[in-house]
Design a binder for this molecule. Sequence first.
Ligand SMILES: Nc1ncnc2c1ncn2[C@@H]1O[C@H](COP(=O)(O)OP(=O)(O)O)[C@@H](O)[C@H]1O
Ligand SMILES: [Mg+2]
Length: 157
Amino acid sequence: MEKIFTFISKNLDDTDIIASKFSKVILKEGAFVCLYGDIGAGKTAFTKLVAKHLDVKEKVTSPSFVIINEYLSGKMPVYHFDLYRLEKEGVRTIVDELMEYSRPNVLTMVEWAEFSDIELPLDRIEIKIEYVDETVRNFDFYAVGEKYEKILEEMKS
Ligand SMILES: Nc1ncnc2c1ncn2[C@@H]1O[C@H](COP(=O)(O)OP(=O)(O)O)[C@@H](O)[C@H]1O
Ligand SMILES: [Mg+2]
């Protein structure tokens, strides 16, 4: 796993800018993305903004009670998972299904992927979000696999 860059977001507008850049670099091929961070870090907020920049028309809501939400109205399908309620045992039962969501030309965003104690044998982007204060967040972007290294490198320019 390669750390590609860190972005300090001073407020939600900054996060919107990085979500916009992110939506552009993943547009060509799609991406499988794991989001890490405590409750309130901004995993759902980031996903909402990325969906907005992909022109998703539906209201994007947290999938914490339903496990997955899917949005098909934008430039590419967006699948938004939150594994928190499944906990480790439940996640084991859906790992195969989760892998199917790593197919090309879709965007899959997974909150609480740490509940899959099985190492996901997948090329993927990992985004670690850290709460600094009420409006400030630290975003660390990691790539697993060459394809995603290249995609994230594009975000730096
Ligand atoms: N710089 C920022 N980036 C992202 N979210 C922020 C930022 N500053 C404040 N927030 C707020 O933090 C909260 C994050 O909540 P949420 O996205 O639901 O967290 P999580 O999904 O990680 O539990 C939102 O209310 C959001 O508006
Ligand atoms: Mg959330």
